[in-house]
Design a protein around this ligand. Structure first.
Ligand code: G1P
Length: 268
């Protein structure tokens, strides 16, 4: 079945970007000259998505303006998460609009260089019928910032691996592997049943990773290693490197920025 719907959770408060986020939602801060969220929408469209569901909160009316003015041709709908009850709850807020169809989830804190990884996840979901999640190998001391998986052996030559379990943000010493979730997922409609029976985590939130862990223990989750470039735009430094990469790769600005950077780094 084709995957035509994407859910993008965008209800966070953006506290790591204060004071900028007092006036502009984090997802609309520019990566070079384009709102970060437009890059995420473009990635989805490039993987065949036709309907984007933004999960926002009512304190961010600029997200609605974005939905009305976004480019690329996808239909964009905004739904609301009225209280910050976790990523699992945010995705659950899109349940009615998603209906019975399979769907992708893209976390806008992660910016991909292109749509190839999402296309790989969609293909994996279609071939296996299982939930497909994007993975990356990271140094052990970074694992505690992510959802971390227990793999069933090593990834194969195409970067695919069966996921046996998931733990959200483990301590380095408790981490089951160095393979972490990078904010790209493709689910069947059954995710909503797992979310509905989820108990809140210790912090009171409904964790998407806990629902994926429940699915994984039943043999319903495959992982795919990412092979395209990725920036963690959840931090100001990640936003900066993403902007530089975006400007370097553009025909109208790439060579000018490269010359300036080279001169700057030589101390001129
Ligand atoms: C979320 C997920 C986590 C995932 C991460 C990727 O965490 O809960 O499993 O590894 O995104 O960026 P957050 O960064 O929103 O705290």
């Amino acid at each position: 079945m084709p995957v035509r719907i994407a859910v993008i959770p965008a209800a966070g408060r953006g506290t790591r970007f204060l004071p900028a986020t007092k006036v502009v939602p984090k997802e609309l801060l520019p990566v070079f000259d384009t709102p970060s969220l437009q890059h995420t929408v473009d990635e989805a469209i490039g993987a065949g998505i036709e309907h984007v569901i933004l999960v926002s909160n009512r304190a961010k009316p600029a997200i609605e303006v974005f939905a009305e003015t976004a480019t690329g041709g996808a239909r964009i709908t905004v739904v609301y998460q009225d209280s910050p009850r976790g990523l699992g709850h945010a995705v659950e807020c899109a349940r009615e609009l998603v209906g019975e169809d399979p769907f992708a989830v893209l976390l806008p804190d992660e910016l991909m260089g292109d749509s190839s990884h999402l296309r790989d996840l969609i293909a994996e979901h279609q071939a296996s019928g299982r939930t497909a999640i994007g993975l990356k190998r990271v140094p052990r001391d970074e694992v505690s910032a992510y959802g971390c998986i227990t793999p069933d052996g090593n990834p194969d030559s195409t970067g695919r691996v069966v996921v046996r379990d998931v733990v959200e943000k483990p301590k380095m010493t408790d981490a089951p592997s160095d393979l972490v979730i990078i904010g790209r997922y493709v689910f069947g409609h059954d995710l909503f049943d797992f979310l509905a029976s989820l108990k809140p985590a210790a912090n009171g939130e409904l964790q998407l990773s806990d629902a994926i862990g429940d699915m994984a223990r039943l043999g319903k989750v495959n992982g795919v290693l990412i092979s395209c470039t990725r920036h963690d735009t959840g931090t100001p430094m990640g936003m900066l490197t993403a902007s530089i990469d975006a400007a370097l790769s553009r025909a109208d600005t790439g060579s000018q920025l490269r010359s300036w950077l080279e001169a700057r780094l030589r101390g001129r």
